[in-house]
Ligand binder design. Structure first.
Ligand code: HEM
Length: 286
C-alpha cells in the first residue's frame, strides 16, 4: 500500500509553506503514462561518435513531431470544411500557423553548421535523407502536392505505406476548400471539383478568378479570412523550405545530397514553388 504523499515528503519540500506536488506513485508516474517521456528520450541513437550529431538527430525528431501535429490540424480543418464547420476549420488552421512558427524556429540549432561540423557525421547517415520523411509527404499531400511515386520509398514499412496511400486517395485540404467555396455559391469549375485527387493539384485560371473575386470583399468577410488563413499556412511552409535550403547551403555547399539528389540545386527548385499558388497569383487581379 502506498503512503499518502505528505507522509513521505522530504525535509526540503516539507519546509515549503505551499503544498508540494505528490512524490509517491504505485507504478510509473501519471506524467510518464501520458507523455511516455521514457520512450521518447531513449529514441536517440547517433550513428557517429561526433558530439554534434545529437542535436542533428533530435532536431530532425522534433520536426517529425511538429509534422505529425500539423498533419493532424490540417486533417481536422479538412474534415471541418466537409461538414461546413468554418469556425472549426479556422481554429485548426490557426493552431497550425502557431505550430509552423515553432517548427520553423527549430531550425536554429542547425542553421549555422560549417561543412566541417556537418562532415563529422554526414557519412554515418549513409543514404538517409529527410526526403524519405513520410510525415512530410503527408503534409505535402494535404497541400495538394500529391505524388504516387513518393510512396515507393515506403514499400518496406506497411503501416507508413498504408497511411500514405490512404492520404494519397483522400481529397487534400485544398480540395476541401474548393468544394466548400462551391457550396458557398462561388463559381469553382467542375474540373477542379471532380479532379482525380491522387494527382498533383494544377493551378486553374478559373479558380484564381474565384479567389480574385472573393478578395474584393471586406477583409473581415468569412471567405477572405479563409483565404488569409491558408495564405498564412502557405507562407510558413515556404519559409520552412527556404530555411532548409539555406541551412543546407551553409552545411554542404553544392555537394550532392545523402538521398542522391543534386542537393542545393534540387532543393532550390522545390523551395521556389508557391503553396496554394492561386492564392498568390489572384492578388494581381484584385
Ligand atoms: C543541415 C542539415 C540538413 C541538410 C544539409 C539537409 C540536406 C538535404 C538535401 C541535400 C536534401 C535533398 C534530398 C537529398 O539528396 O538528400 C534534403 C531533403 C529533405 N530534407 Fe533535409 N537537410 C538537413 C536537415 C533536415 C532536417 C532537420 C529535416 C527535418 C525533418 C529535413 C527534411 C528534409 C525533407 C522533408 C526533404 C525533402 C524535401 C522535398 O522533397 O522537397 N532536412 N535535405
Amino acid at each position: 500500500m502506498s503512503q499518502h504523499p505528505h507522509e513521505r515528503m522530504p525535509a526540503e519540500a516539507a519546509e515549503d509553506s505551499e503544498q508540494a506536488p505528490g512524490l509517491d506513485f504505485e507504478g510509473t508516474t501519471p506524467y510518464e503514462d501520458y507523455v511516455q517521456a521514457d520512450v521518447l528520450t531513449h529514441l536517440q541513437h547517433p550513428l557517429s561518435k561526433d558530439p554534434g550529431e545529437m542535436v542533428f538527430l533530435v532536431t530532425t525528431q522534433v520536426m517529425e513531431l511538429w509534422f505529425t501535429v500539423i498533419v493532424h490540424e490540417w486533417e481536422t480543418a479538412a474534415k471541418a470544411l466537409r461538414r461546413d464547420d468554418l469556425p472549426g476549420a479556422f481554429a485548426a488552421l490557426k493552431r497550425s500557423a502557431y505550430e509552423l512558427q515553432s517548427l520553423n524556429a527549430s531550425w536554429e540549432p542547425l542553421a549555422h553548421l560549417t561543412p566541417v561540423q556537418f562532415n563529422a557525421y554526414r557519412s554515418a547517415l549513409g543514404e538517409g535523407s529527410g526526403f524519405q520523411s513520410a510525415m512530410y509527404r503527408r503534409m505535402e499531400f494535404l497541400l495538394g502536392e500529391k505524388s504516387a511515386s513518393m510512396l515507393v520509398p515506403h514499400r518496406g514499412a506497411p503501416r507508413v505505406h498504408g497511411e500514405l496511400e490512404k492520404a494519397l486517395h483522400e481529397p487534400s485540404l485544398y480540395d476541401e476548400v474548393l468544394r466548400y467555396l462551391s457550396r458557398r455559391g462561388e463559381d469553382v469549375p467542375a474540373a477542379a471539383l471532380e479532379r482525380d485527387v491522387t494527382r498533383r493539384y494544377e493551378p486553374d485560371p478559373a479558380v484564381e478568378a474565384v479567389w480574385a473575386r472573393v478578395y474584393t470583399h471586406d477583409p473581415e468577410a468569412e471567405l477572405v479570412r479563409l483565404g488569409e488563413a491558408l495564405t498564412e499556412v502557405a507562407e510558413l511552409v515556404w519559409r520552412w523550405r527556404n530555411d532548409h535550403l539555406v541551412a543546407t547551403r551553409r552545411a554542404m555547399g553544392s555537394k550532392t545530397g545523402t538521398g542522391g539528389s543534386a542537393g542545393v540545386a534540387w532543393l532550390e527548385k522545390r523551395a521556389a514553388k508557391n503553396v496554394f499558388p492561386e492564392l498568390w497569383t489572384a492578388r494581381s487581379h484584385v
